[in-house]
Design a protein around this ligand. Structure first.
Ligand code: PEP
Ligand code: CO
Length: 462
């Protein structure tokens, strides 16, 4: 989509950042709202509503990301490609929390580091698209840009961007987060239930026999470790307050993000209080664009996706603009290069950043550059390529003496058939069975747990 032209010329010399200063820069991936007064009214209303997260949670996350950059913690970021309002239900939310918790336990056991759990959740409602319109037969309509912007049904009415949806997105984020907080505080994770581990899939054909034995052993050992910790603590594990959970989403809709950007008492600067870790997508990371302008001024840690075309110069420039003071934990660079490209691109980026004395958190998103379309037009990803990019990224960091600080997955706890391969051997003809994503294909429960076991094994600390 072509950018919307700047409203005023920019000033090169003074720092004129404000939560609204992005309006003077080219804005990419912006929906054309037909009624600008309605948009104004909605954002004014949004800016009067209570925040969803707090500045002290954000500061705490920043500290933990600084640790991840130094190899003292490891980030597990994951969730849906696009959340939807219709899936804001107790079952879905519980399952999403559960799978991230389970994966994080497997990772803790393997890496012997605390895991920073960050959901793509409670706000992941706006999606960039590669094509601004979608065509079925003769009919061409605006693409679906996520529930925050329009609705997925292929009708003119549904696809029209409606600012009121920002209020709905805020409310669904609040409901989701409210339930997550209640679950976390209320001791949701009873790790003693054997079904919690749900490792039946390990017995399925397709999994390499030696790994299966090791994974089962790891699961068993984890169960024992939990028992021992509880005996020592004299309390249930979920009461030992080990469970911390953060939210993240792509900060695509700047009217929405800037309306949730606030000053807080006794801390300098502005915080985006709609999410702990908003990130800039691959399609909106232009250094002189509106998104980078908005993100450079907020105090939150900031994620940036970097694709296979990212150059070392570009990455350094982005880091200079977004993190001028080289603050520990400020910048998470989320690489998504593709299994065939990661070896060509990542080493140059890591070396260039290191040369400038920066230590960003390097996160591997092995999903987004491994997307292919089947003959029947279904978007999918092959488990083996996802795994390949992930393992290659770990190797590259080891070779360069840096540390992979975390992983970023599109996953769901549901038994969907969206990605090919994995232990249960999902094939192209299975994709039609349970393909529920409105956007990108997600790893299902088994595939996601397999990833966690593989990382634990590969990064095993003894
Ligand atoms: C996403 O994370 O869903 C996404 C669109 O990613 P990217 O910006 O890396 O393409
Ligand atoms: Co996606």
């Amino acid at each position: 989509m072509n950018p919307i032209a700047p409203a005023q010329p920019e000033s090169e010399t003074e720092d004129t950042w404000s939560p609204q200063s992005w309006k003077s820069k080219p804005l990419y991936q912006a929906p054309a709202y037909p009624d600008s007064d309605a948009l104004e009214q909605v954002t004014a209303h949004l800016s009067s509503l209570p925040p969803l997260v707090t500045s002290w949670e954000i500061e705490r996350l920043r500290g933990q990301l600084a640790d991840a950059a130094e190899g003292r913690r490891f980030v597990l970021q994951g969730g849906d490609c696009a959340e939807t309002f219709s899936e804001c239900s107790p079952e879905y939310i519980t399952n999403k929390l559960k799978i991230l918790l389970q994966m994080s336990l497997v990772l803790t056991d393997g890496l012997k580091r605390p895991i920073v759990r960050i959901g793509r959740i409670a706000g992941q409602y706006a999606k960039p698209r590669s094509k601004p319109t979608e065509k079925h037969g003769e009919k061409e309509l605006p693409s679906y840009y996520g529930d925050l912007i329009n609705s997925a049904a292929f009708t003119e009415e549904s696809r029209r961007p409606d600012p009121q949806r920002m209020i709905d997105a805020y409310q669904h984020s609040a409901m989701t987060l409210n339930f997550i907080r209640a679950l976390v505080d209320g001791g949701f994770a009873d790790l003693h239930h054997p079904e919690y581990w749900d490792l039946n899939f390990l017995g399925k054909a397709g999994l390499v026999p030696e790994r299966r034995a090791e994974d089962l052993h790891r699961a068993e050992a984890l169960g024992n470790a939990i028992d021992v910790m509880e005996i020592i603590a004299g309390r249930k594990i979920d009461q030992v307050s080990l469970i911390e959970f953060y939210t993240s989403h792509e900060g695509l809709s700047l009217p929405y993000e800037s309306a949730l950007t606030r000053r807080v008492p006794r801390r300098p600067g502005y915080y985006n209080l709609g999410s702990h870790l908003p990130w800039i997508g691959e399609r909106t990371r232009q250094v002189d664009g509106a998104h980078v302008e908005y993100f450079r001024g907020i105090r939150n840690p900031v994620g940036v996706k970097l694709g296979p075309k990212a150059t070392p110069r570009e990455a350094v420039r982005l880091a200079e603009v977004l993190d001028p003071d080289k603050e520990p934990g400020r910048l998470a660079l989320i690489g998504r290069f593709g299994a065939g490209k990661v070896r060509q691109v990542l080493p140059g980026l890591v070396a260039a950043l290191a040369q400038t004395g920066r230590r960003p958190v390097w996160i591997c998103d092995p999903m987004h550059a491994n997307t292919v379309s089947t003959k029947s037009g279904k978007k999918t990803r092959h488990f083996d390529l996802v795994m390949e990019e992930l393992l290659e990224s770990i190797d590259i960091h080891e070779e360069l003496g840096t540390s992979l600080g975390g992983v970023h997955f599109e996953l769901t706890a549901e038994n969907v058939t969206e990605c090919l391969g994995g232990a249960s051997g999902i094939s192209e003809k299975d994709l039609d069975q349970r393909y529920h994503s409105l956007c990108d294909p997600r790893l299902n429960y088994e595939q996601a747990m397999e990833m966690a076991f593989a990382i634990a094994q590969r990064m095993e600390a003894v």
